[in-house]
Design a protein around this ligand. Structure first.
Ligand code: SF4
Ligand code: ZN
Ligand code: ZN
Length: 306
């Protein structure tokens, strides 16, 4: 197998692109895909200060690495979730990445700052772990981006993630979510601009990027992911992709081009109802936001005696 660009031995075949790449051209391909996504969806401007939500996993470290390589002023944000050894190890990977490259990493530790961890929060709020975790992370990412005056909050969602979310939204006709499923959400109502520069890269390409670029990421999955519906959707999409390379990209990028705008009005209607949380000041559809309610339930001393 030879590299499609230089004819040297190739490391990886990308059937969707009908290409094989050596190390150098794989790195270049991944950077080009990110640059293309940024341009195509008008995600960032060259002088933007960006905050990258970093988990220590391959996607967030890859997007941070690529953005720094493209010349962006990119600071990392790590949120410690208190998920046992998984959190300790993921924090080590994030810190090491930042230290080795001389990059700034902001850290927020949920148990230390808010007095609960994700397993407790999940039980207290009677939410699935990933739901309590997602709520916590979204709130803390938004808050850190707004408080730090960053121009955009970057997350490492890749093509596989977005295609799986889209499949879930379509299966249940979650039309408001479909209207919001865009790789760029502009800043508004106290929320920062949110961008997903990896949407043109699949999971396998991002993992290959990290290995080739020497990025030491946490390989273990979060133990709380078991039973997460998105893992099942990913398996379905992987089966489709195996028989029909490019199916995932056609599904997700085709949705953005041809269908997403049809759901814009519903997303807009959902947003119009937002007020402000009376405790933390975050945008909220009720007097107290879902995050403040979660903190209250998870740290209620009465609850622990019940
Ligand atoms: Fe949080 Fe679920 Fe991801 Fe674990 S798998 S980090 S609980 S969202
Ligand atoms: Zn090559
Ligand atoms: Zn609040």
């Amino acid at each position: 197998m030879k590299c499609t660009v230089c004819r040297e031995p190739a490391l990886i075949d990308l059937r969707r692109h009908n290409s094989n790449f050596c190390a150098e051209h794989l790195l270049r391909f991944c950077r080009d895909q990110v640059r293309r996504a940024i341009e195509e969806f008008d995600m960032l401007r060259p002088a933007d200060r960006v905050l990258v939500a970093v988990s220590g996993g391959k996607d967030s470290l890859a997007v941070w690495d690529i953005l720094v390589g493209l010349g962006y002023d990119a600071t990392g944000l790590y949120v410690g979730l208190g998920i046992g050894d998984y959190s300790d190890t993921s924090a080590d990977h994030a810190r090491r990445f930042a230290t080795e490259r001389g990059l700034e990493l902001i850290t927020v530790d949920v148990p230390e700052t808010y007095g609960y961890d994700i397993p407790e929060g999940s039980r207290a709020a009677r939410r699935a772990p990933c739901s309590a975790c997602g709520l916590t992370k979204r709130h803390l990412f938004d808050q850190a981006a707004v408080d730090g005056g960053f121009d955009a909050l970057v997350t490492g969602h890749n093509l596989d993630d977005e295609a799986a979310v889209l499949l879930g939204n379509v299966l249940h006709w979650q039309t408001e979510y479909l209207g919001r499923q865009h790789p760029v959400l502009e800043a508004r109502d106290g929320f920062p601009r949110k961008v997903k520069p990896l949407v043109r890269l699949g999971e396998r390409e991002v993992a290959a990027y990290c290995i080739t670029a020497g990025i030491d990421y946490i390989v273990d999955e979060c133990p709380m992911a078991v039973g997460n519906k998105h893992l099942g959707y990913k398996e379905v999409l992987n089966a489709l992709e195996a028989g029909s390379p490019g199916a995932k990209a056609d599904f997700y990028l085709g949705f953005l081009r041809k269908a997403a705008a049809a759901f814009g009005a519903e997303a807009e209607a959902g947003r119009a109802a937002l007020g402000t949380c009376n405790r933390c000041g975050a945008p909220s559809s009720s007097d107290t936001c879902a995050f403040c309610r979660l903190v209250e339930r998870a740290t209620d001393p009465e609850r622990s005696r019940r």
